[in-house]
Every structure is written in C-alpha cells, then in structure tokens.
Write a protein that binds this ligand. Structure first.
Ligand code: FAD
Length: 180
C-alpha cells in the first residue's frame, strides 16, 4: 500500500466509526480498515444503548441528574480501577458527544425513560433516563451499503426478521399498552 494517512483506525464498530468520523471532520486524512467481510462489529448486533448521564433529553422524563450523582455512581461501582480524571471526563463529555454527533453528523439518540441503571439502588443510581438508544434510520438511505453491515442475530428479531428497539422491546415483553 503506497498511501499515506494522518490517522488509521482499525475496526468499524461504534468506537472506530466515531473516531474516524471525528478525525475526518477535523480535516485529518483518515482511513478505517475492517478485518472481517462486514462492517459494524459487535456494535452492529448490540442493543445499541449508551449510558449518558445528565443528557439533554432527561428533563422531559421526570428524572433529574447531576454530574456529582453520576460520578458517585461510577466511583461506587468502579472504585480505583479507573483514574478519577477519566471518570470526570466521561461524565462531563458524554452528553457533549451526543450533541456533537447529532449536530455535526445527524447521528441521533433518544432517551429511554424506563431503562434503569444496572445498579439503580447503589449510591447515585437512577431508575431510568440515563440510557439512550439510536434513533431509527431509514435503511433504504444506505442503499447497497446496508447489506455490507453485520446483520443482527435472528433471535433478537421478531420472526427472525423484524427488528425492534429497546422501547419497543420493553413494550412487547411487559405487554404494556399497545404491545400487540
Ligand atoms: C447482544 C449484545 C448486546 C449488547 N448491547 C449493548 C448495549 O445495549 N449497550 C452497550 O453499551 N453495550 C452493549 N453490548 C456490548 C457492546 O456491543 C460492545 O462493548 C461494543 O459494541 C464494542 O464496540 P467497539 O467499537 O469497541 O468494538 P466492535 O463493535 O466489536 O468493533 C470492533 C471491530 O474491529 C474489527 N477488528 C478487530 N481486529 C481488527 C484488526 N486487527 N484490523 C481491522 N479490524 C479489526 C472487528 O472485526 C470489528 O468489526 C452488547 C453486546 C452484545 C453481544
């Protein structure tokens, strides 16, 4: 290969894709390489939920949050395994990342009000609204590219064909209003 790049990103999951997109936006000559025959990695078959304390959509959900509470929660679960400065950086910048992805790239996330923290009873834990899921996109806009994405597991789809997001899954499994 006789090309030169400022940044070479290995792996086309959410981490690699986001890094490559942001590097390219900064004007860096960027290439993303993927070792498998499909892009998307584990991210493409995951639930797609991201943990964003103090996110911009929280106020409409009835939940409140603060950096201090989020930090208390993380610190309680993680202890000293991760430096305090990194935890603080995450808490401060997670919501900025969501904003940036929406404003710059039209990659949008929606708050999931009924998705609790995994340890809601621990100090700083919440019963909902810190998780966000990707907004639905029209796959037709991806054209042929759609078929090069790692497909979701059939067992996570209705009849092995119909995808559902986390809000729909909750409605279905809890048989709450509108589940049919
Ligand atoms: C069923 C399921 C549901 C999940 N749900 C959630 C959820 O809701 N929320 C959450 O936070 N997490 C969830 N997870 C975990 C989450 O999906 C992963 O932690 C996350 O996707 C990892 O992202 P990534 O970008 O680091 O890596 P990946 O998405 O795995 O991407 C890595 C990519 O790198 C490629 N690669 C590896 N080595 C090389 C190489 N040497 N050269 C080039 N390419 C390479 C791989 O082929 C792959 O495409 C879930 C996981 C599973 C399996």
């Amino acid at each position: 290969m006789d090309h030169q790049f400022d940044v070479i990103v290995a792996g086309s999951g959410a981490g690699g894709m986001t890094a490559a997109l942001c590097c390219a936006q900064l004007g860096l000559h960027t290439v993303l390489i993927e070792k498998s025959d499909r892009f998307g990695g584990t991210s493409a078959v995951s639930g797609g939920g991201i943990w964003i304390p103090c996110n911009d959509q929280m106020p409409g959900t009835g939940f409140s949050d603060s950096d201090a509470e989020a930090l208390t929660y993380l610190k309680h679960l993680i202890g000293d395994a991760v430096p305090q400065s990194k935890l603080e950086t995450y808490v401060r910048n997670a919501r900025e990342m969501v904003k940036h992805m929406a404003e710059q790239f039209d990659v949008r996330f929606r708050v999931v009000p009924k998705y609790p923290d995994y340890y809601p009873d621990k100090p700083g834990g919440k019963d909902g609204a810190r998780s966000m899921q990707p907004a639905i996109v029209d796959a037709a806009e991806l054209g042929e590219e759609f078929f090069r994405q790692r497909p979701a597991f059939a067992s996570t789809q209705v009849f092995g064909r119909i995808a559902m997001d986390q809000v729909e899954a909750h409605t279905l499994f809890a048989r709450s209003t509108g589940w049919i």
